[in-house]
Design a protein around this ligand. Structure first.
Ligand code: SF4
Length: 446
């Protein structure tokens, strides 16, 4: 049974040495209890305490890391069934499948195209993480060569898809530096694949034809000392696949079933007859509850909505999304362009910048840090006061970029106009529209 933070704290050394990355043993205990930390992060836990804690403090769904370096990504590690109970921690990875009979040149072209699918949103770079390389013909040399090409020439992490041990070994030999996911151990090959994963310290997926059939396989791998496991219950029919995802998540979180406490991998590419349906199935699995979703290809019209859906679901609902404080140029503004200011709540930024863009009037948009609050809330909470806004405008350096010093403030913050004017010598303060939708007419009429 899971221990509370206080029960865990009693078993820790209580020296507050900070080596685990948090300031106190109590904070570490709380993180351990909520599945946000791993026991191994504290080097000073006694053997006796370790034994007591190991089972109780393991996260109900183990976080599994794939890849290395800056592109490493982690899936799993979730502690709640519904996001509103707390938050979700690790976004599911998005992969595209490719077969090993592709030519070197075609693969090179494909990787270049795929690599270009990157989108900037709320200061984040949204992109897919994985390529799933499927063994087309059992030829270990060509499979290993394509695996090497992907590993060495792209930033994508790899899923090695073969059930043939010699093909898997050949690929691991050339790309284990990237820490690929081995897919998949089955009833027929679990011993050999388990050894390969253990000897090379790699994450491994298990595949069976039902959830029940997965359990002996994961048990066997766990007995071999393997921890980084990904589950594929084998369902390729939409309803069954969704039911399996939910059942696995519930078994791990509600029934504390350790043999199912791992992230999952799903294959919309094997469930749909057309790209639209594939995208819809992928969207369903991103919402509930896959760890990696494999598509048949990457295309902008499918990928972009999936990336946005993923971003929305895996955003902490207790923290508003923000954009970075600073000066944003919209439509190549010059020294005569108007200057507007608003708060750093991401939604505010997107709506205001969108309306300015739509007006076709180039402008400078100043984004002031208001801890992610909208204009009215920030003003009421004292995070968008006249003094603060004036200080921010002075520090921003916008005065060096323009000739006429006029600042347009949001209509909802009209009350701070006088305070700003007092603090900003030589500036004219204009109160803009209350609603963002009126910005285009306002700017064009100036
Ligand atoms: S490393 Fe261990 S002893 Fe040190 S602060 Fe963290 S939990 Fe406490």
């Amino acid at each position: 049974m899971a221990l509370t933070g206080i029960q865990i704290f009693k078993l820790l050394p209580k020296t507050n040495c900070k080596e685990c990355g948090v300031p106190t043993c109590l904070a570490f205990a709380m993180n351990l209890a909520s599945g946000k930390a791993e026991l191994d992060s504290c080097p000073y836990v006694s053997d006796e305490a370790r034994e007591k804690l190991a089972e109780a403090s393991a996260p109900p769904i183990r976080p599994v890391a794939i890849g290395r370096g800056v592109r490493k990504f982690t899936t799993g590690g979730e502690t709640v069934l519904y996001r509103h109970e707390k938050t979700f921690y690790n976004q599911p990875g998005i992969a595209a499948m490719i077969t090993s009979d592709i030519s070197e040149k075609d693969l090179e072209t494909k990787l270049k195209v795929w690599n270009a699918y990157q989108y900037e949103r709320v200061g984040l770079n949204l992109r897919p993480e994985l390529v799933a390389l499927k063994d087309a013909d059992g030829n270990k040399d060509s499979y290993a060569e394509r695996a090497r090409q992907i590993a060495e020439s792209s930033e994508f992490n790899l899923v090695l898809m073969t059930e043939n041990e010699s093909v898997m070994k050949a690929a691991i030999d050339v790309c284990k530096f990237k820490r690929p996911l081995m897919y998949a151990a089955t009833e027929a090959n679990v011993d050999g694949f388990g050894e390969l994963a253990k000897n090379n310290d790699l994450p491994i997926a298990v595949k069976a034809n039902s959830i029940e059939a997965l359990i002996p396989l994961t048990s066997k791998l766990m007995d071999m000392g393997l921890k980084d496991i990904v589950l594929d219950p084998g369902s390729r029919e939409i309803k069954q696949s969704l039911e399996d995802q939910v059942a696995i998540r519930r078994a791990a979180l509600k029934a504390a079933n350790r043999t199912l406490g791992f992230p999952t991998i799903t294959f919309p590419c094997e469930m749909a007859s057309n790209p639209d349906m594939e995208t819809l199935i992928a969207a369903m699995h991103i919402a509930k509850y896959c760890g990696i979703v494999v598509l048949s290809d990457f295309s902008g019209e499918a990928l972009f909505p999936l990336l946005l859906e993923r971003l929305n679901i895996f955003t902490d609902p207790q923290r508003p999304m923000t954009v970075t404080e600073g000066i944003y140029e919209i439509g190549n503004p010059d020294e005569k362009s108007p200057v507007l200011v608003t708060t750093n709540f991401a939604l505010t930024y997107f709506i205001v910048s969108g309306e300015i863009e739509g007006s076709k009037v180039p402008a400078w948009l100043l984004i002031k840090d208001s801890e992610g609050l909208s204009v009215m809330t920030a003003w009421a909470a004292g995070k968008f006061s006249g003094d603060d806004v004036a200080l921010f405008v002075k520090k921003s350096g916008i005065a060096d970029k323009i000739k006429e010093k006029e600042l347009i403030i949001p209509g909802y913050a009209a009350a701070i106009a006088g305070d700003i004017e007092e603090e900003l010598n030589g500036w004219k303060i204009t109160v803009g529209p209350r609603e963002a939708a009126h910005i285009p007419a306002f700017l064009r009429a100036r």
